[in-house]
Design a protein around this ligand. Structure first.
Ligand code: HSE
Length: 434
């Protein structure tokens, strides 16, 4: 039986999961692929620390160069994460003619083009299914099964930590900090949760999905990002009363004006399939002109789920090696579409305002909206305490720039005490569940 040498860079949560899945597939893989994959070298920060967790501690090194420079290694799996030395090691591996698999969304969202170009130049595969939504297949489906579509929208819940937090806030009435503390205690949130709660992690995934779905490079900086730290249980309660739930959504849309890509907490109708995606689960919803709507649901993080995607890529490369080919799923960005400014995007908005409870206040607010082409769908006076009324306003679908101008006017009005909440409301594409 032919053997293909594999080198691992990193043996953390996903690295160890990948090691375990490769080991557990040892017999099956020969029948699945007609070839045996053999781990030949593993680079870790501290070999001593993990020596008792691997079958052959002799494979361990603390230098990634030893993996990349090993002639018996044909496939390098980069699972160190972060920008460096991940980028240098991947480029070195490709230059040395080795195929690379990574789960590194930070890197792919910023330097995807450079890495894919390097792979093409060196006639190697560079695959990163695990970089978006962990165990959920989404990159390969877009690049292969759905390639016959013009995809116009890709949206979803692509961060498990924040979905867990929002679920706890909705189901158990917790405030944000309490739910974050619970997420940390249960191991869903990292010691520094910034990348998750500020939406950065989801933003990287949106950049990657948009690039692939719309065939035009979208990088992390092109994605408008807002996190969930300002969401209160009151917002969630009001959304619930209106038949909606609040989710941190990653949204990428493409039309004749270009691409819009953002991550922000949004109200979504309770009947939409994504509203039922709770706890740390992820789901991606996609609209193509031929297929209509497709939804992918599953574990977006975690050791074995993410390893499942990594090993799928490794097996695919093994098949390519067997058949003497590569580059079948390479860079698919053949367009250069404009990225829309947020002020030119259109959404319906949910607003919560504290205003003086006086005659003419609602008229003044309605006037500011009308003067800026913002049409009101609903306006409700929630409660009035000590002369201050709480207003909840839902707008029709409006241009974000117009809404901002209207809110500046309203903020400057003497009777406005506070604009407490401004949230976008997700409206489904035609044919989706509203
Ligand atoms: N921290 C991410 C999440 C997983 O909570 O979904 C890795 O991207």
């Amino acid at each position: 039986m032919k053997k293909i040498g594999v080198g691992l860079l990193g043996l953390g949560t996903v690295g160890m999961g990948t090691y375990k899945v490769l080991k557990s597939q040892q017999t099956e893989m020969e029948r699945k692929l007609g070839v045996e994959l053999e781990i030949r070298k593993i680079a870790v920060k501290d070999p001593q620390e993990v020596a008792d967790q691997v079958e052959d501690p002799g494979l361990l090194t603390d230098d990634w160069r030893e993996v990349v420079g090993d002639d018996s290694v044909e496939i390098v799996i980069e699972l160190m994460g972060g920008m460096e030395p991940a980028k240098t090691s991947i480029l070195a591996a490709l230059k040395a003619g080795k195929h690379v698999v990574t789960a590194n969304k930070d890197l792919v969202a910023v330097a995807g083009r450079e890495l894919l170009d390097a792979a093409a130049e060196n006639k190697c595969d560079f695959l990163f299914e695990a970089a978006v939504a962990g165990g959920i297949p989404i990159i390969r489906p877009m690049k292969q099964c759905l390639l016959g579509n013009n995809i116009t929208e890709i949206m979803g819940i692509v961060n498990g930590t924040t979905n867990f937090i929002l679920t706890k806030m909705e189901q158990d009435g917790m405030e944000f900090q309490e739910a974050l503390d619970l997420a940390t205690e249960l191991g869903y949130a990292e010691a520094d949760p910034t990348a998750d709660i500020e939406g950065l992690d989801a933003g990287r995934k949106v950049a990657i999905m948009a690039s692939i779905g719309f065939h035009s490079r979208v990088v992390f900086d092109d994605v408008h990002i807002e996190g969930i730290t300002k969401i209160t249980s009151k917002d969630i309660q009001y959304a619930k009363e209106m038949g909606c739930t609040i989710k941190l959504l990653g949204v990428a849309r493409c039309d004749e004006e270009g691409i819009e890509a953002y991550v922000c907490p949004m109200l979504i109708a309770g009947e939409h399939p994504l509203a039922a995606v709770s706890d740390s689960y992820n789901a991606v919803f996609l609209h193509g002109d031929a297929v209509e709507n497709v939804m992918f649901y599953g574990r977006g993080a975690g050791s074995l789920p993410t390893a499942s995607a990594v090993v799928g890529d490794v097996f695919d490369i093994a098949r390519n090696i067997q058949h003497g080919c590569c580059g079948r799923i390479s860079c698919s960005c053949y367009k250069e579409l404009a990225i829309k400014k947020m002020e030119n995007t259109k959404n319906s908005f949910f607003l919560r305002l504290l205003v003086e409870d006086k005659c003419g206040v609602v008229t003044a607010i309605a006037g500011a909206f009308a003067a800026n082409q913002v049409s009101i769908a609903q306006i409700i006076q929630r409660q009035s305490k000590k002369g201050v009324a709480e207003l909840v306003v839902i707008t029709d679908s409006v241009k974000e720039g117009d809404l901002k101008k209207a809110l500046e006017t309203i903020k400057a009005q003497e009777t406005t005490r506070e604009i407490s909440t401004v949230l976008r409301v997700y409206k489904a594409e035609k044919g989706e569940t509203q």
